[in-house]
Design a protein around this ligand. Structure first.
Ligand code: GTP
Ligand code: SPV
Ligand code: MN
Length: 607
């Protein structure tokens, strides 16, 4: 055993018998060289970084330009979530529903046990106790991830609250979600490790909702491997939320303050790489308004005793899309990542800083690209992978809201849905009511992005941005939304649908987006108090151009009209596709939603 391995081997201990037994059982199956209980200390984080530097997984960034930060470059076969390798292994197939891959739990476990057998040979096995939500808070949930990846340990340090303090709260009897993760790349004696071990042929991201287990194999990247995030806080938690009457959603949470000092909180569900992080941190272009961040990716919402929905961000950091992030588009993210950050699949400059497409107006004259090849602006390829990411502590965001860790959460005034739609869908729609809002969410559509392996730019329905993240039958999930709205004492948020991605004939975005989205947020804010006008249309309530604060925005009137009008032919063309989408769910689809399509069609034909 090397001295370095010794160094990282601080032995945490747990008094939780179930946990200890599970760790022993996994160790017997996976056969690691050593077991390391993570204590969550700074020392441990640095040891993981050193391991990655020594192994060539990471390179240090210049300590003046990016203190305490590294760049990691993955295997090109492991760059994003793998939806076709993601499974919901509920006991009954129908509980996974038509939008999830399914396999019988025991059958899947047998397949995986064979793969896990000896899979950690030559490696360390890390036991990572983590809390989603502030440690010890009544809404927080504890999980333990076992992983053979130092990259996962380091990222989990940033993305969740990890270590000894979690074990203390867990105590002797506490329940926890079990997450087993392996790169699927055992090391033979004297075998040289690869710079990004993974298993390109066999990848499995499996969830066992009834037993609250996650078994992940073969990928070390993002949501495939950082199990607290999508696997636990969305897929497993959505099942718990259904059972317990709350909501686990793929949503940002933002705080907005108007010039009079009044505050509202919004959540927003947009599919992966469709603008959550950017909206959560935006700098308003309208005078006197302020936006602060509570969360950028996941919201857990529960009813308070006052009948309002309160949201918490269960995460501790941001795993954000790098390309497109600049001081112009998202200054707050740029300031957050100035230090203590992990960059994955970005390019590196000769000065030892990171770079990605869209970071600067001018491309640097020379770079090493994410595939470690020399790159110049003449190279006919991207320098950073389109799904390159930064991992950075939430506390480093300059506009993090002071209440972001409040265990009580923040009361939500409006919920936004959205996606990338080049055509038809206007800039903003207000739902007539909760049921109509649920319909807008359930029919949300977006062009696919590089956040998931597969084709980019394919239009698909992504209900509530949860298509890849709902841990049960999507129609039951719709029913759960309707049930939330049916609570008699509920004071529900208003529901909106936004689209920042409308394009002209030449593919140019009609709406400037980013900070200018504050103009739409302002309208929503004032709508919540009934202070601004909206007009009824067949698809919902829309602002007239005069209802938006457009001062200082030099938007051609023709573009504005396009953004705020109802494309009747286009919407009538959507009807068959919505019906087809709903047909997938058979008679499990709530009748109210089927009725919403009929109503929409009737309203459109009546105009
Ligand atoms: P995940 O972390 O994958 O869930 O993504 P996200 O929803 O947080 O998306 P993010 O805010 O990281 O944005 C993804 C990409 O969309 C980035 O390249 C952004 O620059 C771009 N983007 C975000 N907001 C806007 C906008 O208002 N207009 C335009 N045109 N692009 C945007
Ligand atoms: C997403 O894809 O929605 C992400 C990135 O937030 S990942 O953590 O990889 O799922
Ligand atoms: Mn996301």
């Amino acid at each position: 055993m090397s001295s370095l391995a010794m160094e990282v081997e601080t032995s945490g201990q747990s008094r939780n018998r179930q946990l200890v037994e599970w760790v022993e059982q996994v160790a017997r199956l996976c056969n690691p060289d050593r077991v390391h209980w993570c204590d969550g200390s700074e020392q441990e984080y640095q040891a993981m970084i050193r391991l990655m530097l020594l192994g060539g997984v990471a390179v240090p960034l210049d300590s003046e330009r990016r203190p305490n930060s590294v760049l990691v470059r993955s295997n090109p076969a492991d760059v994003a979530r793998v939806e076709d390798r993601t499974f919901i292994c509920s006991e009954k197939r129908e509980d996974a529903g038509p939008t999830n891959n399914w396999e019988e739990p025991e059958k899947m476990k047998n397949t995986l046990r064979q793969l896990y057998s000896g899979c950690m040979a030559g490696r360390s096995m890390y036991v990572i106790p983590y809390s989603m939500g502030p440690i010890g808070s009544p809404i927080a949930k504890i999980g333990v991830e076992i992983s053979d990846s130092p990259y996962v340990v380091a990222n989990m340090h940033i993305m969740a609250r990890v270590g000894q303090r979690v074990l203390e709260v867990l105590g002797e009897e506490g329940e926890f979600v079990r997450g087993l993760h392996s790169l699927g790349a055992p090391l033979g004696a004297n075998q040289q490790d690869s710079s990004w071990p993974c298993n390109a042929e066999h990848k499995y991201i499996c969830h066992f909702p009834e037993t609250r287990e996650i078994w992940s194999y073969g990928s070390g990247y993002g949501g495939n491997a950082l199990l607290g995030k999508k696997c636990h806080a969305l897929r497993i938690a959505s099942v718990q939320a259904r059972d317990e009457g709350w909501m686990a959603e793929h949503m940002l949470i933002l705080k907005m303050t108007n010039p009079a000092g009044e505050v509202k909180y919004f959540t927003g569900a947009f599919p992966s790489a469709c603008g959550k992080t950017n909206l959560a941190m935006l700098i308003p272009t309208i005078a006197g308004w302020k936006v602060e961040t509570v969360g950028d990716d996941i919201a857990w919402m529960k009813f308070g005793s006052d009948g309002r929905l309160y949201a918490i961000n269960p995460e501790y950091g941001f795993f954000g899309v790098a390309p497109g992030t600049s001081t112009k588009s998202n200054l707050n993210a740029m300031l957050a990542v100035t230090r203590n950050s992990i960059f994955t699949n970005c390019a590196v400059t000769p000065e030892g800083d990171v770079w990605w497409e869209g970071m600067t107006n001018d491309k640097p004259p020379e770079l090493i690209d994410w595939l470690r090849r020399p790159w110049t602006p003449q190279s006919n390829r991207k320098a950073a992978h389109p799904n390159a990411r930064f991992t950075t502590p939430a506390s480093q965001c300059p506009v993090i809201a002071p209440e972001w860790q409040d265990p009580a959460g923040v009361p939500i005034d409006a919920i936004l849905f959205g996606g990338r739609r080049g055509g038809i869908v206007p800039l903003v729609i207000e739902a007539f009511n909760w049921t109509h809002g649920t319909f807008l969410g359930a029919t949300a559509s977006s062009e696919t992005t590089a956040a998931s392996a597969g084709k980019v730019g394919q239009l698909r329905r992504d209900p509530m941005a949860m298509l890849p993240f709902c841990g049960y039958h999507m129609a039951d999930y719709f029913a759960h939304w309707l049930k939330i709205g049916a609570r008699t004492d509920a004071k529900l948020p208003r529901v909106y649908y936004v689209n920042w991605f409308r394009q002209d004939e030449n593919g140019k975005y009609l709406w400037p987006g980013y900070g200018e989205n504050s103009r739409v947020l302002e309208w929503i804010f004032d709508r919540c108090d009934g202070r601004v006008h909206a007009k009824d249309t067949p698809i919902g309530r829309l602002p007239d151009p005069d209802d938006l604060d457009l001062q200082g925005l030099n938007l051609p009137t023709s573009d504005l009209l396009k953004l705020l009008s109802v494309d009747k032919t286009g919407w009538l063309g959507e009807i068959p596709s919505i019906r087809l989408h709903f047909q997938k769910f058979g008679d499990r689809l709530p009748q109210e939603l089927a009725r919403q399509v009929d109503d929409l069609e009737r309203r459109l034909r009546a105009t």
